[in-house]
Structure formats: C-alpha cells, structure tokens
Ligand binder design. Structure first.
Ligand code: SF4
Length: 462
C-alpha cells in the first residue's frame, strides 16, 4: 500500500510530499532526502525503545508502564523546582501538555532550540515570509551562517533556489544566491557570491552594510576585523538593493557566534531598512522539525516564547536566569524531565555533570547520551509516522500531519497521550501529598531509583 503526503519529522522544512510504501515490514520512502530516509528507517530499527526502562543497580531495566509513570510522577511531584525541557522532535499538542504540567508543578519549562532568534525578534521585529513566497517571488537568497545543502537539503530544491515559481519561471537562473559563511561549505560553492567573513565578525559585517546603506563608508578597520574587503560589501549591498524580492535565511552560525541574539537583531534592522529599496524579508533555517513550535505554543499560552518559570504560580520570563543552561549551572533545579531532545549533547560539561546527578526522566525513541544517564526512560512515539498532530515549519506555518502506522505500543498512542497520562498521575499524587507530605530520595549506594509508593514487583515486571 502506498501512502501519500506524509510529513517528514526530521528538519524544519517538514516536507509534506513524502510517499511511503510498506513492503514486507520494510519502509520504502520517495521524495525524501538522506537525512529523512534514516528517520523513516529508524522506526523499524532494533535499537528503538520497545518498553519503559527504570534504572536499577546502575542499569536501565524493563519496567511496567504503570510503574514507570508512577515513579516519573513521583519524582516530579517530590522535586521543589523541576526542569521540563521540551525538545523540538514532537508535536505542538505534546508541547501544550508539557507546558500545562510545568504550570501545575511550578516548574521551569524551556527548550534548547531557537532562543537567540526569538530574542532578536523581540528586540527588532521580524519581516517574515513563507517558503512559497520565496519560491514564487524570491530573486535574491542570502544564506547567512547556514549550510542548507547539507542541513536541510530539500529547502533549496523545493523553495529557495531551484524550483520554478510564478515570477521565477527559469528557476535557478532567475535567482542570485549569496552565502555568508566562514567555511567553504557546499552551499557556498554553489552560490554566486561567497562572503567568507572571519568567525565571530557577523555583527561588524552587518554594521558595515548598514553604514554603506546610510551612504557612508565604514572605517577601514572593518576589513581587518571581518576579513571582507569593503568593495565586496558594496557589491553585496548593490545586489540587495536592486533585487525585486530578497530574503536572508539565517542559521545557527549567526545566532551562536559572538553577539548571539544581537546579531539577529541587527540583521533584522538591516532587513527593515532594505525595504526602502526593495521587498526584503528574513527567516530562520531550523535544523529540527518543530523547533519553531515550542515558541509559538508557549507564546500563545503564556505570552513568553521559552525559559518560563512557574515557581510563583504565574509565568515569569528572564533569559539568562530561567533558561536551561543557566538553571543547571546554578544548580537551581532538583529533578528534570527531558522530552524528545538529546539535552546532554547540547549543554556545557558542568551543566551535563549536574544533570547526571539529579533524578532524570527522559522520553525518547532510541538510546542517546541523555537516556544513558536517565533514571526512567519512557518510549516515544514517532510523530507524523505513528500519530497525528501539528508541526510549525521553518516559516512558522502550521503543518498538520496524519500517520501511516499505528502506535507500536498498547499503553500509549502518542507523546501527547503519554504526557496526559503522566499529568493525571501527577494530579493524583499531588492530591495525596497535600494530606501526607513525603520527600523523594535516590539511594546513593545502590543507585536505584525508587518511589515513595509501594510498587509491587509485578508492576515493575523485572
Ligand atoms: S529536507 Fe528535512 S524535512 Fe525534507 S525530507 Fe529532508 S530531512 Fe525531511
């Protein structure tokens, strides 16, 4: 049987034209890039978690679903200030329940993706566009600090560079491509102009472009700081002023270099001023499928896009204080729940060391460094393949997806369902704790994760 219009859950492009055929238990997918095909193969991989796991005697061992949920709820309700870290590889519906759990527990709820971009947007405002507009109108595309040929292969073939649009009938021949990157990437090699700036000099380069746009010449020292001759900046700016519809697609190379969210802010200001000459927009190349989703959901539910603290009963937002790395570095949380993200691989070593010390629950589909230090692992359902839901694409457009397979588990139908079941358990425990207060503790000698409640061995099914 062939399934059409399946959504790929790997990168921010969220391609929604995938064709899938099931042949003797194997999956054959069409219209999918190499990154996508590896995820489609992962759902039948023997590495995948098939049941909940609980750390016992220093090792993760199979446990019953009821037992795992009970202990996970127990850990979260016993913590004075838990951290709920929500990853981007799951649906907005799951994000919503994660946020509600955080509010109920008075937790910190955060995501590790997209923070700098959101802060830059808050400072300057974003003139955005859809990928469809880029396809139909875009005649100048600037890739800044990103290498989509390798990180989001189909963005260029579906929207950014090669497709024939309504006003770009000759496809690639109707477009000018500029890449701003310190590295000679494949995207840079395929571009008409490669602006090879020195690492961490993005802010200075955008400032110099703004100076030129204001009709003044920047100080000569900018050539030494950025490694880019002023003549190249002038050439780039002329292309930007003369195009009909230009767009800058920024990646983590811009938001994570020196200057962080200020780089995004000044790039957005440049785009604003370029609109005096031509239509110009800016967008983000998200490397994870629903990286834009958490910020959208958190914003419409609580008014803040990430780094939310509910410890006072109402949402507070202060990046640098309530964000994952800062809260772990200050040892300000005493338990964590990591959902669909390999948090351990993305944080500095001191934060990772503290994360390994505190009780940790993880929801994921396959082993990763974070699951290896977890006390409980809840098996994940693959969104878009095994359950329905919604992603936000890289241009903040909602993409609704329907599955072509059922959930492989009897005990849960989706990650949203898992979180709802966990939330029910948390409420039950909280109601009891109000009458009989206990505290959760891990046994440092045996490294066993245990519950304040008596769970029978049949429930744990060791
Ligand atoms: S570009 Fe991204 S969303 Fe599209 S098929 Fe490749 S990995 Fe999947």
């Amino acid at each position: 049987m062939i399934y059409k219009n399946i959504v790929c859950p790997v990168c921010g492009a969220a391609c929604d034209d995938i064709q899938v055929e099931l042949k003797e238990g194997k999956i054959e997918a069409k219209n999918v890039c190499k990154m996508g095909i590896s995820r489609f193969n992962e759902i039948t991989s023997p590495r995948r978690f098939k049941q909940p796991l609980l750390k016992f005697g220093g090792k993760l061992r199979p446990v019953s679903w009821e037992g795992a949920l009970q202990i996970a709820a127990d850990i979260l309700t016993s913590a004075k200030r838990p951290l709920i870290s929500i990853g981007s590889e799951t649906s907005c519906e799951a994000h919503e329940v994660g946020l509600m759990i955080g509010e109920y527990l008075g937790a910190i709820v955060d995501t590790i993706d997209n923070g700098a971009t959101m802060m830059g947007t808050q400072e300057a405002g974003k003139i955005s566009t859809t990928e469809g507009q880029k396809k139909n109108r875009g005649d100048l595309i600037i890739y800044w600090g990103t290498n989509p040929l390798e990180s989001m292969p189909r963005q260029m073939s579906r929207y950014g560079v090669f497709p024939r649009g309504y006003w770009t009938k000759r496809g690639r021949f109707d477009r000018i491509i500029i890449t701003v990157d310190p590295r000679k990437t494949l995207t840079a090699k395929a571009s008409d102009l490669h602006v090879q700036l020195k690492p961490d000099s993005d802010y200075e380069l955008v400032s110099a472009l703004l100076t030129l746009l204001h009709g003044k010449t920047p100080h000569n020292s900018v050539e030494e700081i950025t490694g880019v001759p002023i003549s190249v900046m002038e050439e780039m700016l002329e292309m930007m002023k003369k195009c009909n519809f230009g767009t800058i697609s920024v990646g983590v190379g811009l938001s994570s270099s020196l200057g962080k969210y200020r780089n995004i802010e000044i790039a957005m200001n440049l785009v604003k001023e370029l609109n005096n000459y031509s239509k110009f927009t800016i967008g983000v190349i998200h490397s994870h499928c629903n990286a834009a989703g958490f910020s959208q959901v958190a914003s419409y539910m609580y008014g803040y896009p990430f780094g939310l603290d509910f410890s006072r009963g109402h949402p507070r937002y202060n990046p640098g204080e309530f964000t994952t790395i800062d809260i772990l570095r200050e040892k300000d949380v005493d338990a964590a729940f990591v959902m669909r993200a390999d948090l351990l691989s993305q944080i500095p070593p001191d934060c990772a060391a503290y994360l390994a010390e505190i009780p940790l629950i993880c929801l994921d589909i396959a082993p990763c460094p974070t699951t290896s230090i977890s006390d409980i692992v809840l098996p994940g359902v693959v969104d878009s393949m095994e359950c329905e839901g919604t992603f936000y694409r890289l241009d903040d457009l909602t993409i609704y997806f329907e599955p072509f397979l059922d959930s492989p588990f009897k005990f849960t139908q989706s990650n949203e369902d898992t979180l709802k079941q966990l939330f029910t358990k948390i409420k039950e425990i909280k109601n009891q704790v109000d009458i009989f207060p206990f505290t959760y503790g891990a046994d440092p000698k045996t490294q066993n994760c245990f519950s304040r409640y008596q769970i029978s061995s049949s429930q744990l099914s060791f």
